[in-house]
Design a protein around this ligand. Structure first.
Ligand code: F6P
Length: 320
């Protein structure tokens, strides 16, 4: 029987399980046994491989995290690590490999396909920092998680006339701060892609206060600075009382939204189809609601851009 391997790598995301289920079922439909590789590339090197059966994927669609577990493996990208991975793939007679992960994981897909393995990447990261695709699996759930938390924080900030400074994940990408901020009517959104000096933040909060708006919500992406530093700056330079909240890992957990499940299902099926067609070194994505696939080299080199028009709309609305 033909065989496809699947692994999840890097930070887990809600929706990875939906992608695993989709790869399993599309694989079966096309006559493949699907091999689950546990703990990402680390598990691949260590030969942590087991054939998946129906029981493994039953009732997992709605679950956060990844049933295959995940890891970040530095060893894999070194020469010895890559050789071990190739040995394991060949020992298990895998005809192809599907990797669900972010930018770093995709570099692994490229290295494997350069070494002759039929490897395909599916974008899975809450950061939405992959420029070749409109959406990555997990982003929609993350922004919904953040949005829900903002409203809880807003309740208590409002009661005390305080400003809430909410720090969210995203590495060097401000999408979580921007999209969740817009969805929760944030007053100021600070992202790494669009520098905003803290004097300007202080100025706008002061204007808000003078106009009678006693509480504001400020979103800050982790790549743009620390919420606690901004609280200190406001304390030292204004009469505004602010509190910082670092949302942390709650952003990355929980049941995936319908959108994340649906894109995961669509991209999982397409990844198997590509392998079955004999394609290699491809990255699956979503563009204007259509499933696309591009060369993996293009996927890892396409610069990621923030939606400047969305940022501008919020900046205008927040002034009134
Ligand atoms: O890439 C996803 C992400 O959640 C980033 O937003 C964050 O900076 C990072 O992973 C955290 O990584 P770790 O799980 O290793 O703490």
């Amino acid at each position: 029987m033909k065989r496809i391997g699947i692994l999840t790598s890097g930070g887990d995301t809600p929706g990875m399980n939906a992608a695993i289920r989709s790869v399993f079922k599309e694989g079966l439909a096309r006559g493949y046994a699907v091999m689950g590789i546990y703990h990402g590339y680390k598990g691949l090197i260590e030969g942590s491989v087991r054939q998946l059966d129906h029981g493994d994927v039953e009732n997992i669609m709605h679950k956060g995290g990844t049933i295959l577990r995940t890891a970040r493996s530095a060893e894999f990208m070194q020469a010895g690590g890559m050789q071990k991975a190739l040995d394991v793939i060949r020992a298990y007679n895998m005809d192809g490999l599907v990797v669900v992960g972010g930018d770093g994981s995709f570099r692994g897909v490229k290295a494997l396909s350069d070494a002759g393995i039929r490897a395909v990447g599916i974008p899975g990261t809450i950061d939405n920092d992959m420029g070749y695709t409109d959406f990555t699996i997990g982003f929609d759930t993350a922004i919904n998680n953040v949005m829900a938390e903002i409203y809880k924080i807003r309740d208590t900030m409002l009661s005390h006339d305080r400003v809430g400074i909410i720090e969210v994940m995203g590495r060097a990408c401000g999408d979580i701060a921007l999209w969740a901020g817009v969805a929760a009517a944030a007053d100021i959104i600070i992202v790494p892609e669009i520098p905003l000096p803290w004097e300007k933040v202080a100025e706008q909060l002061t204007v808000n206060k003078i106009k009678g708006k006693k509480t504001s919500i400020v979103m800050i992406s982790e790549g743009a600075g620390k919420a606690s530093d901004l609280v200190k700056y406001l304390c030292d330079n204004t009469d505004i009382e602010s509190k910082s909240v670092v949302l942390g890992y709650i952003q990355r957990g929980g049941n995936p939204t319908a959108h994340d499940r649906i894109i995961a299902v669509r991209m999982g099926a397409r990844a198997v189809e590509l392998i079955d067609e004999g394609k290699t070194g491809r990255a699956v994505g979503i563009k204007e609601n259509r499933v696309i696939d591009v060369d993996i080299a293009e996927a890892v080199s396409t610069p990621d851009r923030i939606d400047a028009s969305l940022y501008a709309v919020n900046a205008t609305l927040a002034k009134f």
